[in-house]
Ligand binder design. Structure first.
Ligand code: FES
Ligand SMILES: [Fe+2]
Length: 456
């Protein structure tokens, strides 16, 4: 059944003010890249025939079930790891134990090199910088992972000759970042948006959430131009009268113009797209068949309002901008008002994703900052965004999982024009990801970063 669109309303050209208000300024190189990606993937959307079973132009993306490798990822909130404490986390398929001891942070593989016991089941931090396995006393240096000693076999020739993986770990803005990879890590700023790390940005934290979906389904949802239809039922939209549309779909032929890619700046690579020139569709006609009448369907928030009213209230808002930054950070600017939402979608395994959500706001005074961390941030960001909006995104993300996990969805999906922004990202990812995480890397010997040889 097709949906035809009556009296389709288009937003007017963005005003000078809207263009200036952009968070990420488009550059000539960024726009050229967007055009190129659109051209390279345009034949993947609106195919009348099912696509042939052949390699897609984003083959590397398809192989990245477990995420990207050689990147900094959020592992846990700082609050989850108090002084003297430990915290176990699974990310990108790797089980890792985080430790904070005497003010220092450590991250080690949560597997004993002797016979694979998990340290986290009875963590024994018996000196300032070692973890001892509770099974047979093997004791490891938490900084480099080396076997430091064995308490019940002090003369062992294995000491210093084997070990567990140790991961670089840093703390910023109330978040613990772990580097997953084998090479020397770049500075954190290479993988984390500058707007997140900015000195005057204050965070309101949500507790991390687990989404039962692969990380790519979760990430794609966060910038999918056609997905806003689901938010017509989001409690925030219903309660506030927000002029929600059927999607923020670019005008035909202007899909690349909505988007600017960033590859040559010091921060993370990715893209930013703006809603300023989106089509604004608030109602559509479902044609009747066999002579029966057509049905006009109007978005719930639009019922009883004129199109002019809806368009002018949409255009009165600062343009919403969505950025996607490698490895998997979604940054949304100006929703629901002048603040930034970060949603880091970190693969746990192939079928689960941990979502770290923050509401960020620049604060000029400590008083403002205190309010944002507390009640103001809760009321203005957490409730409308996390409680009353993102719940619908998570429902949609989880709803697709079976198709992609068990029914060959990556081959069987049939994409339409608004998906062009998704195909562009997949192609971009395939070309620019430093490395991808694969199951064989979970069990390979320790990295060259460690001074001693690996376990196997
Ligand atoms: S399994 Fe850890 S010491 Fe034996
Ligand atoms: Fe959404």
């Amino acid at each position: 059944m097709s949906i035809s669109v009556p009296e389709q309303a288009s937003a007017s050209e963005p005003t000078q003010t809207q263009a200036q208000a952009r968070h990420t300024e488009p550059t000539a190189a960024g726009m050229a890249m967007a055009n190129e990606l659109a051209e390279q993937t345009r034949d993947q959307v609106d195919r009348v025939e099912a696509p042939p079973r052949r390699a897609r132009p984003w083959q590397r993306y398809l192989e990245a079930n477990l995420g990207l490798r050689e990147y900094w990822y959020p592992a846990a909130l700082s609050d989850a790891l108090p002084e003297g404490g430990t915290h176990a986390v699974t990310m990108l398929g790797e089980e890792i134990l985080l430790v904070r001891k005497n003010g220092k942070l450590y991250a080690v593989e949560d597997r004993c090199a002797h016979r694979g016991t998990r340290f986290s089941e009875r963590p024994l931090v018996l000196s300032e910088d070692t973890i001892t396995c509770w099974y047979h006393t093997w004791t490891f240096d938490m900084e480099n992972g080396d076997l430091r000693c064995i308490l019940n076999e002090p003369e062992s020739a294995l000491v210093g000759r084997t070990g567990v993986r140790a991961y670089p770990i840093v703390e910023a803005k109330g978040l613990l970042f772990v580097y997953i990879g084998d090479e020397e890590p770049p500075p954190l700023e290479a993988d984390v948006p500058g707007s997140f790390l900015a000195a005057d940005t204050v965070m309101h934290y949500a507790q991390p959430d687990i989404i039962r979906a692969n990380w790519r389904l979760a990430l794609e949802n966060s910038f999918d131009p056609g997905h806003h239809f689901i938010h017509n039922w989001s409690p925030y939209v219903i309660e506030s009268g927000f002029p929600m549309t059927f999607g923020y779909v670019a005008k035909k032929g202007e899909e690349a113009g909505e988007t600017t890619y960033v590859v040559d700046a010091p921060g993370p690579k990715g893209f930013s797209r703006c809603t300023a020139t989106a089509e604004l569709i608030f109602s559509a006609v479902i044609p009747g068949k066999d002579g029966r009448p057509d049905t006009t369907y109007t978005a719930p928030a639009a019922v009883g309002k004129s199109r002019e009213e809806l368009i002018s209230s949409f255009l009165a808002m600062p343009p919403i901008e969505v950025g996607i930054w490698l490895p998997s950070c979604n940054e949304t600017v100006n929703f629901p008002s002048d603040m930034i939402t970060f949603d880091w979608l970190v693969p746990i395994d192939e079928n689960h994703t941990r979502s770290f959500m923050f509401g960020a706001k620049p604060c000029a005074t400590e008083e403002e900052a205190e309010a944002w961390r507390g009640e103001t941030g809760h009321t203005e960001w957490y409730v409308p965004t996390v409680e009353k909006f993102l719940i619908d995104d998570n429902k949609a993300r989880e709803s697709m999982q079976t198709f992609y996990e068990k029914e060959n969805g990556w081959d069987r999906e049939r994409l339409y024009r608004p998906d062009l922004e998704i195909t562009m990202f997949r192609k971009f990812f395939s070309e620019h990801a430093r490395d991808i995480q694969t199951p064989d890397k979970l069990i390979k010997p320790r990295s060259r970063r460690n001074p001693t040889r690996g376990r196997s």
